[in-house]
Design a protein around this ligand. Structure first.
Ligand code: FMN
Length: 206
């Protein structure tokens, strides 16, 4: 007993603890599967953002979760545009049916969303509001109808300011207003895959 006490109180014990603790914790991290480490959350209406989420998932793995609302938006496009404009105006955050189990276990969270009214869609704002982003690596991705990501990436940066935000990805998807719904098929799917891979390499995830 005396020998152990002496060992601990000596600098040698402290040194050993300093070496062993990081090894133990890095072992813990490695023991976690990719599914437990990477979360890919996305909002989609006409499945374009879902297609990008699937490309990311095929490349690096992880757990995919589609955001579901307590009260889904109407099927009609114009009614939805109007409702979203009102929600953006009032700051209403629609309640979500989706709950993430073991949110703490994830280290990297991909956030996928379409541009709605040149902003981050209200359900994604609800999602960001609900969770603690400190100690997370956050990676946004977006599809739009040709007008870009608007203020959506800036809103993610503001709402996740406690976490580490990596460079996002944005690509032209459908144009529901003109009846163009899902576009990532054939040549467009291949092009999207190439662009996603290029981006994942740029941010050092591939
Ligand atoms: C309510 C609503 C608002 C939209 N507002 C915009 C917009 O402001 N700018 C834009 O480029 N596209 C806008 N779009 C088009 C979507 O961003 C685009 O079709 C996207 O690819 C849809 O993704 P999804 O298939 O995953 O739902 C809007 C679509 C909806 C339904």
């Amino acid at each position: 007993m005396f020998v152990i006490k002496k060992f601990i109180s000596s600098g040698l014990g402290l040194l050993l603890a300093m070496v062993l603790f990081p090894i133990y914790f890095s072992g813990q991290l490695q023991a976690q599967s990719v599914e437990e480490k990477i979360l890919i959350v996305y909002l989609t209406r006409t499945k374009n953002t879902k297609a990008i989420a699937e490309i990311i998932h095929n490349e690096i793995g992880g757990t995919m979760v589609a955001l579901q609302l307590e009260n889904p938006y109407p099927d009609d496009y114009q009614t939805t545009v109007k409702q979203v404009a009102e929600e953006n105006e009032s700051g209403f955050l629609p309640p979500l049916k989706t709950k993430i189990e073991n949110f703490n276990s994830y280290k990297i969270v991909f956030l996928g969303f379409p541009t709605w009214g040149m902003q981050l869609p209200p359900p994604m704002k609800s999602f960001l509001q609900e969770y603690d982003w400190s100690e997370k690596i956050i990676i946004p991705f977006n599809t739009h109808a040709g007008y870009g990501a608007g203020s959506s990436f800036e809103t993610v940066a503001k709402m996740c300011s406690d976490g580490k935000l990596l460079e996002g990805f944005s690509i032209k998807g459908g144009i529901e207003r003109d009846g163009v719904l899902f576009v990532f098929e054939g040549k467009k799917a291949q092009e999207a895959k190439e662009k996603v891979v290029e981006w994942l390499k740029k941010i050092d995830l591939l």
